[in-house]
Write a protein of this length. Structure first.
Length: 136
């Protein structure tokens, strides 16, 4: 039985490392694409002299950052599955807590600004994101 476990470990470890690497790449791509889009939108806004409100640009970039955080957290979880020590588990817990908190506050900010933009465009929404019903 121990030989079977060693064989399974030898087969799965490279696969897990590749998946972990792909998650890191996906996270980096999200940041890169979001950054490129934000910079492009900022330059266009300055050229058009429409610099009064950068909220849509921030929202778009925030969405990319939020997705990147998810990919990076997945990467950390995968790498910790390979022979984790208590130190590795503690590190993962700290990283997961920090990234989850960042994502929570980032998502809240996205929701808040989206609601403000919807309201400004004439589509009022409740804080829960539900359009109020007219009539009873």
């Amino acid at each position: 039985m121990p030989q079977l476990l060693e064989l399974v470990e030898q087969l799965t470890t490279p696969a897990i490392r590749w998946i972990q690497f792909l998650n890191e790449i996906a996270g980096a791509l999200c940041v890169t694409v979001g950054f490129a889009g934000a910079v492009t939108a900022l330059v266009q806004a300055h050229v058009r002299r429409q610099t009064a409100n950068f909220t849509p640009i921030r929202l778009a970039f925030s969405r990319y950052l939020s997705l990147a955080l998810e990919f990076q957290l997945a990467s950390d979880i995968l790498i910790t599955t390979l022979k984790p020590s208590w130190q590795d588990l503690g590190r993962l817990a700290a990283i997961a807590a920090i990234r989850t908190a960042l994502n929570y506050f980032l998502s809240g900010e996205i929701r808040e600004y989206t609601n403000k933009m919807d309201f400004a465009e004439g589509s009022p929404r409740s804080p829960a994101g539900v359009v109020p019903q007219k009539g009873g």
